[in-house]
Structures are given as C-alpha cells and as structure tokens.
Ligand binder design. Sequence first.
Ligand SMILES: [Zn+2]
Length: 198
Amino acid sequence: MVCLAGDFMLHKAAAGTLPGNGRTKNHEMVRAFVDSSTHAIIGFLVWALVENPSILGDFRKWLNCFAAAALAASVDLDHFWAAGELNLKKAMHLTKRPPFHNTSLVCALTLVFAFLQKWKPKMWMFSMMFLCSWLSHHLRDANHRGLWVFPFGHTPLFSKKLYIMCILILAAFVRIAVVVHQGSTGLRSTEGFAKVIL
Ligand SMILES: [Zn+2]
C-alpha cells in the first residue's frame, strides 16, 4: 500500500496536481520529497518485517528501523554527487544513472560488510540492514528504469506487481537469513537485531 500510495502521489506531483503544488510551482521539490519519503517508509517497513512483530516494545528496534529508513533514502544523494552541485533541478535530470544506483555495488558492499563481522560481529546484521534498505530502493526505482547491474547493463522495467513482490521476497529472505544466522551463533532471539545500532 505504501508503494502504491507513494507512486500515485509521485505521479500526481509530476503532473503538478498534488494539493498545494500549483501554488508553490515547485514540482521538483515536491517530487523529491514524496519519492524520498516513500523510499524511507518502505525501508522502515521492510526492516520492521525483518526485526519482529514485537518491535513496539523495544526502543532499540525502532531506532534500527529509522536507521534503515535513512539508509534507504540516502541512495538518492548520489544524484547531487553526479550533478556536481546542490542543485535539485540538475540532480533530478541527469543523463546517466548515478553510482549508488548500481545494484552490483549493493551486492559487493553487502559482502564486504558481512565479511567485516570477523572483527566486528554486529556488522553482519548491518550488512542485512544495508541490503534491505538499498535493494528495496533499487527495486522500486526498477519500476521506472529497470535494475542497473554493472557490467551487464539494465534489466527491462519491473511492473508495479513485480517490484512489490520482489521487496516482500527480499524481506522474507533476509528474515530467514538472520534467524538462521542467530541459531548458528547462539544469540538469543532479540540480541542480534537490537545490536545493529546500539
Ligand atoms: Zn533512486
């Protein structure tokens, strides 16, 4: 529902028919806000699914979910990097896809973070949070531009149904992975999750 509502609002913002949009005449700003908020809420919810339904009672789990939301929204910072300046209009009209939108990079960084658990055990859970946040962002963007898998190029566009299904599969897959990992490391059910940030 969040995916569909965000996409609908984005469509409205692009057409300039969102309430208040006509007055400000600042379509780019509204579009960027709606788009980033949708990515952030999806990142939050995906990590909440991975954590546990009992999230309401644990402050540290809420903190983890907000961290996942910030991570999911942070992907689009590369638009400014590629534009070379803090100009929203330029950042939103790039001719090439910016570097953080490379899905091969997400896979590589997830492996690097997971490998770092050798020295810092909480990095494994962080690698899963990173994977959920950044890949959910990429999957939603794939609805407009496909996935960019360097060096193989772009996949065809994902339909709304396909990208939403992929995000749900991602959440289920990561949930299973962390539960199995906790079992193998002998952690209590809440320990591994809560320690991602604190
Ligand atoms: Zn993006």
